[in-house]
Design a protein around this ligand. Structure first.
Ligand code: GLV
Ligand code: GLV
Length: 325
């Protein structure tokens, strides 16, 4: 009998096609919103493998109720929605899909940086609201980026791709803060490893590219925003949980920082009356970092391959917890 794979969202057709071609039965949620938690547990009971993404809460309760699953594969590079420790205890391999969205996400970080520096979203909204005024000789003033300092929190693949864009386009000086040094970035773009306080106090643009973990949860808070330059931009394309939203709003209102560009918020979606949505120096996007045709196809391929390769060869090519194999 065919192994059954539960797909928790509407994923690229390629995922279903690859799985079906390899002889699996696909059970797919067909609504636009995420599959409700209880239904996900229920549907997983008759399935062998789970194909999920960052909108699914794969916590210890879920895992204990679904400990029969052979493998879980995540359609994303970030996997903070999954209790990996518990999955590992239960011996369930967790696959994921890294690399595929590196360029796509760096483009969104870079784009948000420019859009925020020049108030693009706010000005566009003004036009849409019928308030297209005359060319204003003294208004709408933004910031220039040439020769400024970029500070990257989490200089991995995406952080590197953002830093390369900033170096190439604006000759920016690159500072970064990481658990481990990135010699490649130091050679290629003269990136300098600094402590967190130096990063936040010296950078003109802070771009967040770290994973959401207990040590990065809410790390951008009131006291951090207060140490940033009043002319600085805060760009987050990683996870909304890395910044404290109330503190960010206060920091913008108080002039502790100049602007913010967010592709990620906490929660997602943001409530429509959120003050960030009407601020002149803030640009918000609905988590579209990996949303290119190329990246999404590649992510589908990686996540599907994790399942197929696991059953055929006992190998998971892109795995978070290799110790379970
Ligand atoms: C998207 O946010 C991802 O983690 O891939
Ligand atoms: C502005 O439109 C300019 O030409 O400087």
């Amino acid at each position: 009998t065919k192994k059954k794979v539960l797909l928790t969202r509407i994923f690229p057709k390629l995922a279903t096609q690859l799985l079906e071609d390899a002889g699996y039965e696909v059970i797919a949620w067909d609504k636009e919103q995420p599959m409700p938690y209880g239904q996900m547990i229920e549907a997983a009971q008759s399935c062998n493998a789970l194909f999920c993404t960052l909108t699914d809460k794969i916590d210890s309760t879920f895992l204990n109720a679904c400990s029969h699953l052979d493998i879980i594969t995540q359609y994303a590079v970030g996997y903070d929605n999954i209790d990996v420790e518990q999955a590992t205890k239960l011996g369930i391999p967790i696959g994921y899909a890294p690399n595929a969205m590196t360029e796509a996400t760096a483009d969104i970080a870079f784009g948000l940086m420019i859009a925020t520096a020049r108030k693009m979203f706010f000005m566009n909204q003004k036009i849409k609201n019928g308030k297209w005024g005359y060319f204003d000789p003294v208004g709408h003033l933004g910031l220039e980026l040439k020769d400024k300092t970029l500070g990257i929190l989490g200089l991995g693949r995406i952080g590197m791709a953002m830093a390369q864009r900033c170096k190439g386009a604006y000759n920016m000086e690159i500072l970064y803060h990481n658990r481990t040094a990135n010699p490649n970035a130091e050679d290629q773009i003269e990136a300098k490893l600094v402590d967190f306080d130096t990063l936040i106090s010296q950078s003109d643009v802070i771009s967040v590219h770290c994973a959401l973990t207990p040590s990065t949860q809410g790390i951008f808070n009131k006291s951090v925003f207060e140490k940033m330059k009043p002319t600085s931009l805060f760009i987050n394309t990683a996870r909304g949980g890395v910044h404290n939203e109330k503190d960010l709003i206060d920091a913008l209102n108080n002039g502790n920082i100049w602007g913010a560009g967010l592709d990620v918020t906490n929660p997602e979606p943001m409530k429509p009356n959120n003050p960030l949505l009407t601020m002149e120096n803030v640009c918000v996007l609905p988590h579209i970092g990996s949303a290119t045709i190329t990246a999404r196809e590649e992510m589908a391929k990686m996540a599907a391959t994790n399942i197929i390769s696991f059953y055929e060869k006992g190998e998971v090519p892109f795995i978070v917890n290799p110790e379970v194999l």
